[in-house]
Design a protein. Structure first.
Length: 379
């Protein structure tokens, strides 16, 4: 029988709005430009200033960001992209959309992230890119592998869908010199409703990204309004970010310091409450440098599925992020044995994590987890 729980506790994740988003959307609606416009470009400039980078290219989704980022880096048919199997399927679908194929690698089960040694061990003559996934928002330092990657002409394209605002050393993720792709989906640290962005490495790469997102058209929308023709110089898609979504993102960005503070406090509350509970291991988010996107635990001793369902029955919105991709039917052609990832996939569970939750709620959820584990022990 399900136990009544608060709506916030019952949801694994939930969008958080600060109050100015509706007025921003109304203003963008009244401007009458919904495909691409000045608000989108204002959002791009604001993101670049926040990250401390020269340019940012906004697109329709995080998946589109990965797809465009790979294409701009020259990834295509015949190429391999080294990628962890432990990620959302969108990461892999973006590789396939570029015409390339994934080469799945293991992650560190304590962090959910790839390590430089695993990346280097997976390289083949066909490797054109490495796509580290910043699980839970944690930055990944591949600097030990960079000399070998650079020597072989391999580009790092970061899947930083969960990592907006996080730090790598003294710089924000996105400002570390690699192609970085963000998601601004409904439950991300910063939401646009839907949206994404690419941080390019050079002005040329930025121009390529803009053409790819805009059907391959060379001229800007403003320029096309002044001329009788335009130029299409290659492949492109319609994956621009609408000004309606950008308007939401601008409001969110103004309040991002609050998101950073509240998400870290909630993660620390979970860490404190989980301390000392047998049978559970907290996935390390490196919270001092991370704006956490989730709180993940490993349920040990083969009890994950039973504990998962017990918590759902108690009204706690747990989830699994993520089932390993190399075991999925759609990606069977690229399966390779990954015992660490397969073991992690059978243990991983995420606890409710969003800015509506209080620290007291985290303690309550952890108490229910403790009770579910105790019930399993008594079986």
């Amino acid at each position: 029988m399900s136990i009544t729980a608060s709506p916030d506790v019952a949801r694994n994740a939930r969008p958080y709005l600060y109050g100015g988003e509706e007025a921003a959307i109304a203003s963008a609606l009244s401007a009458g430009q919904y495909n691409h416009g000045a608000v989108t470009e204002e959002f791009e400039q604001a993101l670049a200033a926040f990250l401390g980078v020269p340019d940012v290219v906004a697109v329709a989704s995080g998946t589109a960001a990965l797809h465009v980022g790979l294409l701009a880096a020259g990834v295509g048919p015949g190429h391999e992209v080294v990628v962890p199997s432990f990620t959302f399927c969108a990461t892999v679908q973006a590789i396939l959309a570029a015409g390339a194929r994934p080469r799945f690698v293991e992650v560190n089960p304590d962090t959910g992230c790839v390590e430089p040694a695993e990346v280097l061990g997976a390289l083949t003559p066909d490797t054109r890119a490495v796509m580290p996934v910043l699980y839970g928002g944690r930055a990944i330092d591949l600097s030990p592998a960079r000399p070998a990657l650079d020597e072989q002409g391999i580009t790092v394209v970061e899947d930083a869908a969960q990592a907006f605002g996080s730090w790598q050393g003294e710089r924000r993720v996105g400002a570390t010199g690699v192609v970085t792709c963000f998601s601004f989906g409904p439950i991300k640290n910063l939401t646009c409703g839907l949206g994404g962005a690419i941080v390019p490495r050079t002005p040329l790469e930025a121009n390529i990204c803009r053409r790819l997102r805009g059907l391959g058209i060379v001229e800007s929308a403003a320029r096309r309004a002044e001329v009788t023709t335009y130029t299409i110089d290659g492949f492109g898609m319609r994956v621009q970010m609408s000004p309606l979504n950008a308007a939401v993102g601008l409001v969110q960005l103004v309040h991002f310091a609050e998101a950073e503070t509240r998400r870290r406090a909630l993660w620390r509350a979970y860490a404190a409450a989980l301390d000392g509970i047998d049978g559970v291991s907290l996935v390390d988010a490196d919270v001092d440098r991370t704006v956490p996107a989730l709180c993940a635990v490993r349920v040990l001793d083969g009890r994950r599925d039973r504990v998962f369902h017990a918590l759902l029955e108690r009204g706690i919105g747990v989830a699994v992020h993520y089932p390993p991709n190399h075991t999925q039917p759609a990606f069977a052609a690229w399966h390779r044995p990954l015992p660490v990832t397969e073991h992690l996939g059978g243990q991983i569970m995420t606890l409710p994590f969003h800015q509506h939750l209080t620290e007291a709620a985290a303690e309550h959820i952890t108490g229910e987890l403790r009770a579910a584990l105790a019930a399993e022990t008594d079986r």
